[in-house]
Ligand binder design. Structure first.
Ligand code: GLP
Length: 235
């Protein structure tokens, strides 16, 4: 695992994506949450000002809330359109169907779709304060595939800031599994701020363990963790 500590992680993240895309990458794995936002803003800038093109590239999202339609402002399908993909010339953007009548069937179908459009060339990741990636909460199987998961109270509290109230945060999600995520050729995780320092320390220097799902990056053959000094403060 490579750990890069820099004042502006979004620049390094954007370099990783831009290099992959310019080098012929055909599938990007996108993450939501606030952590990759600066990276998306920088990639949009490079697209507009420097001609970085995503033509011929498709994307797959990591996860989605169950019960939120793709038009809901907090659905991840909407989030990624608003904050990134509507502003660049990328091809198709796939996400799990949070409104499917049977979430188990939808999860399996999404895993099959990723295998079909993949392998993902670069998977962008954030990290939850409890060490989750995607919505793989602590104790997720290290080889898990895309499936329905119940959110921990901690994650629902963390994400409540995006909703009008805690009660509005969905209880269930469909998320790529840790095994699915690790099928990507490269993983690039970005984190900033002191609030992520414990999770980063556990992921980078703790044991490879289901108690910290992000520690799976230690096992992956090409993983890069890009963090600012605050997120690195407990290393
Ligand atoms: C959510 C997402 C994760 C993300 C995490 C951290 O739970 N499912 O993909 O990494 O939040 O979010 P943030 O970057 O806003 O701290």
């Amino acid at each position: 695992m490579e750990v890069v500590i820099v004042d502006r992680p979004e620049q390094v993240m954007a370099d990783i994506i831009a290099e992959a895309v310019s080098g012929g990458a055909s599938t990007l794995g996108l993450a939501t949450g606030s952590s990759p936002l600066a990276t998306y803003t920088e990639l949009i800038r490079r697209h507009r000002e420097e001609g970085l093109s995503f033509a011929g590239v498709n994307a797959v999202l990591l996860d989605e809330y169950v019960g939120l339609p793709p038009t809901h402002p907090e659905s991840y399908a909407r989030f990624i359109r608003d904050n990134f993909t509507d502003h660049i010339d990328i091809g198709e953007v796939h996400s799990p169907d949070g409104m499917a009548p049977d979430s188990k069937v939808a999860a399996e179908a999404y895993d099959a779709l990723i295998a079909q459009v993949g392998p993902v060339d670069v998977q962008i990741l954030g990290i939850g304060s409890n060490g989750h990636i995607g919505f793989n909460e602590p104790s997720s199987s290290l080889t898990s595939r895309t499936r329905i998961k119940t959110l921990t109270e901690k994650t629902r509290q963390d994400n409540a800031r995006f909703f009008d109230s805690f009660d509005e945060v969905p209880m269930h999600v469909i998320t790529q599994g840790l095994g699915t995520i690790c099928d990507a050729k490269r993983l690039a995780l970005v984190a900033t701020g002191e609030g992520k320092a414990d999770a980063i320390a556990a992921a980078v220097e703790g044991p490879l363990a289901a108690s910290c799902p992000a520690s799976i990056l230690q096992w992956h053959r090409h993983a890069t963790v890009v963090i600012d000094p605050a997120a690195a403060s407990k290393l």
